[in-house]
Write a protein that binds this ligand. Structure first.
Ligand SMILES: O=P(O)(O)OC[C@@H](O)[C@@H](O)c1c[nH]c2ccccc12
Length: 268
């Protein structure tokens, strides 16, 4: 089979489908929807991720634990999830995101480690295609899950949002243009992200999140995702009206991630 025409996102999603199709060691692998809800509902109640962003200083910072990325390679050799989480919490992060996908050298284990290290609300940053993944994220301590509009047909998106809400999990719905923003809002998302990096090509358009701000009414919570490389980048996104900034590489590559975060929070 030729790879011609398939994008990075297609490849990551194909790998995720293969992972999900393989026999799984986890308990929730072959359960019915009802059993999944019963299992998920017994897990500890999630924290209020959106509430933390709305009530804290604006814009809130969602600091991401990210070992590597397909575009930049390894960001921090031997990164220690517990240590970074504690630096982020002490540095003034409002919430944290943990990259769980293996194309970013992440795992659910990293999320579990972060959960055991800090009390901040946590986002499971993964390529979620089915309900079992939402239960698994909750099981390791996530409060919020990422759902990528470009990866999910409309009925599936709505279904996964509803399922998350049934488990009292929140959803960050990731978009990249006006049409996807409309789809996210129509599907019931309350927390809308615009990723300035295109997951098809991994190219960055540093102004995308600022340009699209006007399409999301203020009753939603708006997250500018990716591409903050300087304090000025963060200031521009703040001035565009973003409620929160999701930042990974800038902190992960800093000599002192906690200091870099504190300086950024002070500048905002
Ligand atoms: O490292 P950055 O440029 O600060 O980006 C963080 C975050 O936005 C990025 O990791 C991200 C946003 N959406 C995603 C979806 C999948 C994987 C990764 C992502």
């Amino acid at each position: 089979m030729s790879d011609k025409g398939s994008t990075y996102l297609d490849k990551i999603l194909a790998a995720k489908r293969a992972e999900l199709a393989a026999p799984r060691a986890t308990r929730s692998g072959a359960l019915t929807d009802r059993e999944l809800i019963e299992l998920g509902a017994r897990l500890p109640r999630p924290r209020d991720f959106i509430g933390a962003l709305r009530e804290g200083p604006r814009p809130g910072i969602i600091a991401e634990f990210k070992r590597a990325s397909p575009s930049a390679g390894v960001l921090r050799e031997g990164a220690d999830a517990r240590q970074i989480a504690m630096l982020y919490a002490a540095g003034g992060a409002t919430c944290m995101s943990v990259l769980c996908d293996r194309h970013f050298q992440g795992s659910l284990e990293d999320l579990r480690t972060v959960r055991q290290s800090v009390a901040l609300p946590l986002l499971a940053k993964d390529f979620i295609l089915e309900k079992t993944q939402i239960v698994e994220a909750k099981r390791v301590g996530a409060d919020c899950v990422l759902l990528i509009v470009a990866a999910l047909p409309a009925p599936q998106l709505r279904n996964l949002i509803e399922f998350s809400h049934t488990l009292e999990m929140q959803v960050l719905c990731e978009t990249r243009d006006e049409a996807e923003i409309d789809r996210a809002m129509a599907a019931g998302a309350k927390l809308i992200g615009v990723n300035s990096r295109d997951l098809q090509t991994f190219e960055l358009d540093p102004d995308r999140a600022a340009k699209l701000r006007k399409y999301v009414p203020k009753s939603f919570t708006y997250v500018a995702e990716s591409g903050v490389r300087t304090i000025d980048d963060a200031l521009r996104l703040r001035d565009s009206g973003a409620d929160a900034l999701l930042i990974g590489s800038y902190f992960m590559t800093a000599d002192q991630p906690g200091e870099a975060l504190r300086d950024l929070v002070m500048a905002l």
